[in-house]
Design a protein. Structure first.
Length: 529
């Protein structure tokens, strides 16, 4: 049983003033929000039992009970912008100054089964204060001066949005977990054992040798920020010199009126991301890992994986710092049309496609994280979406409307083969493998995910959804009514767009978890007065 409590409070202050002339539209303003978010988590036995194909395999232990709080002290934005029209040219430009400050207040949590035997205390501590300028610029040109063809360009900088995500990620009182091997020695289906016991001895079914030595600890006087002379609180720290991520978005587009009341447009967008971070285990290096090969259960292809040494597996101190060689980009294309047809009919729609690519090959601690780290080499597909919608009046005042859309999702992550120290090759295994042999005889951790497919390549079914609506306006004095009859997903498409698991070989692998809702008949009414 789990008891989870979350209590957020957020306050806002917004002010703006505008000055409009014949050619200028000036606006200045202030945006400020602040608040806190309080959490508590209690778990029965402070653990969860995991099974692989119905067989006990591991437990996830928690540092519960825990109570923690994150404070958003200031999130300020001061801005000034202007839209200046000059003949056939319109310039949109502005400047925004942002200030962000977050902290962890004083906190206390009581002892837990797998944590300290006395109360834990922490705080207060202020995180790095971020401030800076973000310029915005756009230009629109009426090419021929007849308001039929416009060319657009924009370049804008945006800071990454922040609330309490950073403080919540490093708060030493936050909920933490660790996966440990479990062997049900007495067959009672209850994971038994306490920290410090000898694995596989009577009453010790949990391998606590796999638990980080600092798990759940909050050292008096510790700091969640990494700096000269600081003492870590537990298993994670943030570089005190961490800078705020930001992106620069470029856009180029053209819009043209083909015929009266019929226009088309095309746009190209590109985003570059900067000040990206890297998170790694600062207490491990590549020297702590030994290479071994796994034969893929799908096609037998050899997959290079690495085992961490027994001496290093419990040395855990993750550090988030500024990445030295990391890239992320997004590119998108859009093509749209809009038509106002005779007899009050309308038709609009378009096609869009986009792709995000990342290069993250700078983890200095775990070589397993370098497999598929360069997405520019992984044949990541473009995500294409098509939409078309319109309405047309029929006889007797009835209006008919329809909308059709087709799109796909990326399945989160990619197919993996989760192995344990007892996982063996199948009798008909493919490639360089020995049937019935242990997949990883030198495995020192409870579980290891072997990637069988590059993340970002596996897509959901293509969703093809058609919605249709019939409606009629009725006037009763000063009241107007519009009864509606709608058929949602009229094609009754059963596309799967989420699955229970991408863990190969399990009963839940690629098992649908979410499908498009079936055909639905909906009756509605709009009332205006």
């Amino acid at each position: 049983m789990t008891n989870s409590i979350q209590d957020p409070t957020r306050r806002f202050l917004v002010a703006a003033a505008s000055y409009v002339t014949g050619s200028h539209n000036v606006k200045v303003g202030l945006q400020q929000n602040w608040g806190y978010e309080w959490f508590a988590l209690y778990k029965n036995a402070d653990l969860e039992q995991n099974y692989q194909n119905g067989v006990p395999s591991a437990v996830v232990v928690f540092n519960t009970p825990v109570v923690w709080n994150n404070s958003l002290d200031a999130n300020v934005g001061l801005y000034a912008q202007d839209s200046w029209s000059f003949k056939r040219l319109t310039l949109n430009y502005g400047l925004r100054w942002e200030y962000f400050k977050a902290s962890i207040p004083d906190e206390v949590s009581t002892p837990g089964r797998f944590g300290p035997t006395s109360d834990r205390h922490f705080g207060p501590q202020t995180f790095p204060v971020w401030k800076g300028l973000t310029p915005r610029f756009g230009v629109v040109l009426d090419v021929f001066g007849n308001a039929k063809t416009a060319v657009k360009f924009s370049a804008n900088k945006y800071f990454a949005q922040m609330t309490d995500g950073l403080t919540n990620a490093y708060n030493p009182m936050r909920a933490q977990s660790s996966t440990l091997s479990w062997t049900d020695l007495n067959g009672d289906d209850v994971a038994q054992g306490e920290r410090g016991c000898t694995y596989l001895s009577a009453g010790c079914e949990i391998n606590f040798a796999q638990l980080p030595s600092t798990f759940g600890q909050v050292v008096p006087g510790c700091s969640v920020l990494r700096g000269d002379g600081t003492t870590p609180c537990g298993t994670a720290q943030l570089d005190a010199n961490r800078t705020r991520e930001y992106s620069v978005l470029y856009g180029v587009g053209v819009q043209h009126e083909l015929f009266p009341r019929v226009s088309v447009s095309g746009n190209w967008f590109h985003s570059d991301f900067y000040n990206l971070g890297v998170t790694y285990n600062s207490l491990q290096t590549f020297a702590d890992y030994t290479l071994f090969s796994v034969a893929s259960p799908i096609d037998g292809a050899p997959i290079a994986m690495y085992n961490v040494s027994s001496a290093a597996r419990t040395r855990v101190l993750t550090l988030e710092t500024n990445a030295t060689d990391r890239q992320r980009t997004n590119t998108a294309f859009e093509f749209n049309f809009n038509a106002r047809l005779p007899h009050s009919a309308t038709l609009f729609g378009g096609l869009s496609t986009d792709r995000t690519l990342q290069v993250a090959c700078d983890d200095p601690s775990n070589p397993n994280n370098l497999l598929y780290c360069d997405q520019t080499k992984n044949d990541i597909p473009w995500l294409t979406q098509f939409k078309i919608a319109g309405s047309v009046p029929l006889k007797w005042g009835i209006t008919f409307g329809a909308a059709y859309q087709s799109y796909r999702y990326i399945l989160a992550g990619g197919t993996v083969w989760q192995i344990t120290p007892t996982t063996r090759y199948a009798a008909d295994c493919k490639g360089a493998c020995t049937p019935g042999a242990l997949v990883d005889p030198g495995m020192t951790v409870a579980t290891l995910n072997v990637p069988l497919e590059a993340p970002g390549r596996q897509l959901s079914d293509r969703i093809k959804q058609l919605d249709v609506t019939f409606g009629k306006w009725i006037t009763l004095g000063k009241v107007r009514l519009q009864p509606e009859l709608s058929v949602l997903n009229a094609l009754n498409n059963h596309a799967v767009y989420a699955v229970r698991s991408l863990n190969y070989g399990t009963s839940s692998y690629l098992q649908p978890s979410t499908i498009l809702q079936p055909r639905i008949l909906r009756l509605g009414m709009q009332v205006k007065w």
